[in-house]
Design a protein around this ligand. Structure first.
Ligand SMILES: [Zn+2]
Length: 281
């Protein structure tokens, strides 16, 4: 009898949570923000086996999600200071030149958002083209996989290709170290999913947009649509086999949920998506 009452109470609670989820907690809109461009002399490094010697331009984006319970930022793009360099910033290796057409701080201001307004903050991973402006978001809770967190804030971030300076000011942020999936607002509307391989704790973001439906923000799980179709991963990834496994797992999730994949660095695909100050619903 007692067990039956408990069971009934649990069912009622579940019902309430469902209703609250449907009515109160939802994504209102998402801004896709131009966060720079990365020009490379030979794209084959990113598409092993094809495109040898071909120059390429990768797009770079940041994403601001307006949920009824608050703002979340996903990725921070190339560093704002690069905007002052007309010829961009070329890596010491010479293989890549980063540009920033408009600082992220300025793009946020245009849509009426100050960095301190953003309370939820995650990056797909910690490379410079995603963590360039991380230090602006000192007021936010940081969501990072433990494996990535330990690499970034450990003794040798450079061993993983991470620049310690990009994280100096957020070292003291409240942080949620994740060991897998995390539902940011507790209603299934914005969910971080692990997709390791490119870096130790690489992750992707699932956003359930009110009109568009579920969208997976790729980070660098994959750089181009053609790589996605071929399940092709760059050899410089932290773990190539794991990268391919992550792609297959996310693809299975997408098929089950009818989700689309928005590839951060795919300029051609991104051209069809409205950019801030416009937004997607
Ligand atoms: Zn990247």
């Amino acid at each position: 009898m007692y067990a039956r009452v408990l069971g009934l109470a649990a069912a009622l609670l579940a019902g309430c949570a469902q209703m609250a989820g449907d009515r109160v907690s939802a994504v209102e809109r998402m801004y896709v923000i131009n966060c720079g461009e990365n020009h490379v002399k030979d794209v084959e490094r990113w598409t092993p086996g094809v495109n040898k010697g071909k120059p390429w331009v990768f797009s770079n984006h940041c994403y601001l999600i307006r949920h009824t319970k608050g703002l979340m930022l996903w990725d921070t793009g190339n560093a704002d200071r690069i905007a002052a360099l007309p010829n961009g910033l070329t890596a010491p290796s010479g293989i890549i030149t980063a540009f920033m057409r408009k600082p992220l701080a300025e793009s946020l201001k245009e849509i009426g958002v100050a960095p301190a307004d953003i309370r939820h903050f995650a990056m797909s991973h910690s490379h410079g083209d995603h963590s360039g402006n991380a230090n602006l978001f000192t007021a936010a809770t940081l969501y990072m996989q433990t494996t990535e967190y330990d690499a970034v804030f450990g003794a040798e971030p450079q061993k993983f290709g991470f620049a310690a300076a990009n994280f100096e000011k957020i070292r003291g942020n409240p942080a949620l170290k994740l060991n897998g999936e995390h539902d940011v607002f507790g209603d299934g509307a914005v969910v971080i999913k692990p997709a390791p391989g490119h870096t130790p704790g690489h992750q992707v973001l699932v956003v359930r947009l009110p009109k568009t439906g579920p969208v997976v923000l790729s980070g660098d799980m994959v750089h181009l649509t053609d790589n996605w179709n071929a399940k092709r991963a760059p050899s410089f990834n932290f773990n190539v086999e794991q990268s391919v496994r992550s792609m297959r797992e996310i693809e299975a999730f997408m098929q089950k949920n009818g989700a689309k994949l928005w590839i951060n660095h795919d300029r051609e695909q991104s051209a069809g998506i409205p950019k801030a100050p416009a937004y997607v619903e």
